[in-house]
Design a protein around this ligand. Structure first.
Ligand code: SF4
Length: 225
């Protein structure tokens, strides 16, 4: 991998997505990476145009976690806390993990894209879905996390995470509850992103989707045991 001397990012006066990225996070991966070195280096990443979107939120969890969860990107609260899955979607993930008997503290939680892509509307920052180019540019960080943690099971939460983890579109309805062998030692699983459950219009639909989500997390937990 190519390396480049780190420069502290300038204060991002450009709007989110208005920075000119290099095209790949590979340019910023440090030599002999550890999770600590990766986290420090990612804070300076300009691998895609999202480097002006606030601060990087890197993955978090034990170095020897057997299960890794990969979401889409941090949200507003995650960017402020610089921690993944601490907002409303994180609350759903926490409840589902508890129902599935999978302790979150024993898992590694991260995102496919490390910056919060958003649109500023007054004081509000509205979520925007990262495009395939941004996912591919950022995938180097996820691959580096995978190489260090070496989880037995990687759970992609939603379609964007599926694209990053499996390298191609992986429809959730078709592939949930299946173990997909990945090129490294891990088995891949895909399920819903918890924010999808939050967007469902009525209580019955939410309860049904939550039940399926818990089933998928149990499936992943058993696969990792
Ligand atoms: S989204 Fe990923 S590749 Fe793009 S600037 Fe942020 S950390 Fe780098």
């Amino acid at each position: 991998m190519k390396t480049r001397a780190r420069k502290a990012p300038r204060a991002a006066s450009a709007p989110c997505g208005g920075g000119a990225g290099t095209g790949s996070a590979a340019d910023f991966i440090p030599p002999r990476p550890s999770l600590t070195r990766l986290r420090e280096a990612a804070a300076h990443c300009r691998g895609c145009d999202l480097w002006t979107c606030g601060r990087v939120v890197f993955g978090e969890g034990p170095r020897d976690a057997t299960v890794m969860f990969v979401g889409e990107q941090p949200g507003d609260q995650e960017e402020q806390a610089r921690k993944p899955f601490v907002g409303p979607a994180g609350g759903v993930l926490d409840r589902a993990l508890a129902a599935a008997g999978v302790p979150r503290a024993e898992t590694f939680v991260t995102n496919a894209v490390k910056h919060f892509k958003h649109e500023q509307r007054g004081k509000r920052r509205l979520h925007k879905t990262p495009n395939a180019g941004e996912v591919i540019a950022c995938r180097w960080w996820l691959d580096a996390e995978r190489a260090i943690v070496r989880p037995r099971v990687i759970v992609a939460l939603g379609a964007t995470a599926g694209l990053s983890v499996f390298g191609k579109p992986t429809p959730i309805g078709k592939f949930r509850q299946q173990a997909i062998q990945l090129p490294d030692q891990a088995q891949g699983v895909i399920t819903y992103h918890p924010s999808y459950l939050l967007r469902l219009p009525d209580r019955a639909a939410k309860e049904e989707a939550f039940g399926k989500f818990v089933e998928d997390l149990k499936f992943a937990g058993k696969l990792a045991a």
